[in-house]
Design a protein around this ligand. Structure first.
Ligand SMILES: Cc1cc2nc3c(=O)[nH]c(=O)nc-3n(C[C@H](O)[C@H](O)[C@H](O)COP(=O)(O)OP(=O)(O)OC[C@H]3O[C@@H](n4cnc5c(N)ncnc54)[C@H](O)[C@@H]3O)c2cc1C
Ligand code: FES
Length: 269
């Protein structure tokens, strides 16, 4: 889809249709959101407005879409996610979106590896579904601190992904980091979302093995809509903002607007 045909982000007044808490501090809200469900692409996000109106909006990946219901996964980190996690069935929630450029999945190769760490899982389910739909053998490499914090692995198995897990305390699967699971794996495409050290390790591995990798960055956002330039990262490419007569060794891109998904080979760490 080109930017010309991409849906325009708008405010969606949604209502909580279902709430589940698979682990203390991890809450999944299913929201009645017909227009958002129809428009969102894998890897896009929304800015969710904490309901009391006292705190700024915060970025959440769109996790799952079923008919007119879109879900978000909230991992409690601070005041905004705490307030959002307390929402119950029937309560309203305003979301601005869909925002950002998601994963580039127009052409999907035969084998895809998806690496997710912690809350990064929230941004990869739709991408996994798209890869499976397109006939790719898709493997989820999923890591968390403990077995209890590994949520919804069965959702991915249910849509046809192979799932391998790692925990930092060794309570389930491989004892160590999720990137250890990649071993000698050489999928034709890697997708990843998770904390910066995990993404850095995936980028090093992918670039070293010549595997194209798309990374969804979890940068801290201010506005989330491209206005404040608070989320820039340096890229190894010519900036749209750089005048042609002033070549620069690297450019900056806004994670919320030009991302959150970037090719590993174009990021400067
Ligand atoms: C594109 C994108 C998608 C995201 N998707 C989700 C999601 O689906 N579910 C979810 O729960 N969270 C998601 N996040 C992270 C979420 O937006 C932040 O955790 C949020 O700022 C927390 O707000 P808070 O007020 O609760 O905590 P804050 O007080 O803002 O932060 C609490 C702690 O988290 C750290 N922190 C803040 N922002 C980030 C960040 N972006 N990445 C890593 N650490 C951070 C702070 O340094 C602090 O230690 C996403 C972020 C981005 C950029
Ligand atoms: S958060 Fe404001 S420009 Fe990205």
């Amino acid at each position: 889809m080109t930017p010309d045909t991409a849906p325009v982000p708008r405010v969606h007044g949604t209502v909580v249709a279902e709430r589940r808490e698979p682990h203390p501090g991890i809450v999944i809200l299913s929201l009645y959101a017909p227009a958002l469900s129809a428009d969102v692409r894998p890897g896009q996000f929304v800015m969710a407005v904490p309901p009391r109106g006292l705190l700024p909006a915060t970025a959440l990946g769109v996790y799952e879409v079923r008919d007119q219901i879109a879900s978000v996964m909230i991992v409690v980190a601070g005041p905004r996610t705490s307030e959002l996690a307390m929402l119950d069935v029937g309560e309203p929630l305003d979301l601005l979106g869909p925002l950002g450029n998601g994963f580039f999945l127009d052409a999907v190769p035969r084998t895809v590896g998806i690496v997710a760490g912690g809350v990064g899982l929230a941004s990869v389910l739709l991408a996994a579904e798209r890869c499976v739909e397109k006939g790719a053998k898709t493997t989820l490499f999923y890591g968390a601190r403990t077995a209890q914090a590994l949520v919804d692995a069965e959702l991915f198995s249910g849509i046809g992904c192979d799932v391998v897990v790692a925990t930092e305390d060794g309570s389930r699967g491989h004892h160590g980091y999720v990137t250890d699971l990649l071993g000698d794996a050489a999928p034709e495409l890697l997708l990843a979302c998770g904390p910066a050290p995990m993404l850095r390790a995936v980028a090093a591995l992918a670039n070293g093995r010549g595997i194209p990798a798309q990374l969804s960055l979890e940068e801290t956002f201010g506005c989330g809509v491209g206005a404040c330039w608070g989320c820039v990262v340096p890229l190894d490419r010519t900036s749209a903002q750089a005048p042609p007569h002033e070549p620069r060794p690297y450019a900056h891109a806004r994670v919320c607007k030009e991302g959150p998904v970037f090719w590993a080979r174009e990021l400067r760490w």
